[in-house]
Ligand binder design. Structure first.
Ligand SMILES: Nc1ncnc2c1ncn2[C@@H]1O[C@H](COP(=O)(O)OP(=O)(O)O)[C@@H](O)[C@H]1O
Ligand SMILES: [Mg+2]
Length: 368
């Protein structure tokens, strides 16, 4: 039985529809990340789950019970916002326990909960301070502490790390992940950052324009994106896209594209077409940069094709080099070993492993 479900949820503000037919079901202990560009409806969806915003149609269910008419405080949910919304005049301890005090939780119970959370988040030494005396990361922890004292059925997080600098964000990400493992609790987490989504989620819902483009485990979205939007949104550096057509020669389906004056034909006999290979169809071939490599790193399996190309752009990060080539009228990015000697304009062997490609219908943008 799912802990949380959204069924055909729609939301309009006035005449503008911002959520369309949202269907989600998550199990106990799952970490669902809602990810998508700014304005795609993530916060609105989270607020509807929390009961802070009313749906226009559809249902929210918690433990199989429709909660559309249940007040936020009675939904057994705790929420952490991007702006931590701490009370500036209260100490950390008071910020964490204030909600319990309002709900008339007896003092010994409040103190036990505070001690538990302080230990969990490693903030015991900060309890007497005011928010202004804390760093960004510490404030973030206090905001989480306020949600954690409640042991709710579901935690909701709305971009909780957006106000932190890059290094702290990565550190807090690790802590949230550890927290999830330790508490074995159910979390719905909103972010616009696909790296954060990939590293935290047990399940990701990629949202675009108020709809869910794809819902599934991170690796499935990465390996088998069901549309161009998801393919492009997930993964950094981004997937390469090459425009071409499908041809069938001697019974073998091929991806055919024009590179400068010559034709390039890539065999697709291994590709699992969802609806069969339609000859003559305009398609977009997607290949991730890690499958475009040099002599030193190339996986020279049976699906690997070799081209001779000259680097147009090179960027090193110490660990590897991101190298771009002009290819079939567009750009092709690959990842090369840091110590491979390359020069702009000097042709080299580029190996493309076709075993993990994705094909999309250029017009509908759906996976083929
Ligand atoms: N209270 C509101 N009234 C009118 N439009 C709103 C309101 N809240 C959000 N929107 C609009 O709904 C869309 C989705 O917003 P939001 O859920 O905040 O997106 P996200 O969190 O993904 O950035 C946006 O176009 C936003 O302008
Ligand atoms: Mg938002």
């Amino acid at each position: 039985m799912p802990v949380l479900e959204a069924k055909r949820l729609c939301k309009s503000f006035g005449s503008v529809e911002v959520l369309t037919d949202i269907d989600i079901a998550i199990d106990d202990g799952e970490f669902l990340v809602l990810v998508g560009p700014s304005g795609c409806g993530k916060s609105t969806l989270l607020n509807i789950i929390a009961g802070l915003e009313e749906e226009s149609s559809g249902d929210v269910l918690i433990d199989d019970r429709v909660v559309n008419l249940v007040a936020p405080k009675d939904r057994d949910i705790a929420m952490v916002f991007q702006s931590y919304a701490l009370y500036p005049t209260m100490t950390v301890a008071k910020n964490i326990t204030f909600g319990m005090q309002v709900r008339k939780v007896p003092k010994p119970e409040r103190e036990a909960a505070l001690a538990r959370v302080a230990k969990l988040l490693d903030i015991a030494h900060l309890l007497k301070r005011k928010p202004s005396q804390l760093s960004g990361g510490q404030r973030q922890r206090v905001a989480m502490g306020r949600a954690l004292v409640r042991k709710p059925r579901i935690f909701l997080f709305d971009e909780p790390l957006s106000n932190l600098d890059a290094k702290l964000r990565v550190q807090m990400r690790g802590e949230i992940k550890q927290l999830h493992q330790r508490l074995a609790t159910t979390i719905v987490y909103v972010t616009h950052d696909q790296t954060e989504a990939m590293s935290l989620a047990t399940k990701i819902a990629v949202m675009s324009g108020g709809r869910i483009a794809q819902l599934g485990p991170p690796q499935e979205l990465y390996d088998r994106p069901n549309c161009l939007f998801v393919a492009d949104f997930i993964g950094s550096p981004a997937m390469n896209f090459i425009e071409g057509t499908i041809a069938i020669r001697k019974g073998v389906p091929l991806f055919v594209a024009q590179h400068e004056t010559s034709e390039i034909a890539l065999p697709l006999d291994h590709y699992e077409f969802a609806k069969g290979a339609a000859e003559g169809r305009s398609v977009t071939l997607g290949v991730r940069p890690e499958y475009v490599t040099g002599a030193g790193t190339a996986n020279k399996g049976p699906r690997t094709i070799r081209f001779e190309l000259a680097p147009a752009i090179m960027e090193s990060n110490g660990f590897d080099q991101h190298v771009s080539f002009d290819f079939c009228g567009g750009r092709l990015a690959g990842r090369f070993a840091a110590r491979e000697t390359l020069a702009i304009g000097t042709p080299i062997d580029v190996h493309m492993d076709l075993s993990m490609i994705s094909l999309f219908d250029t017009e509908s943008e759906e996976r083929l």
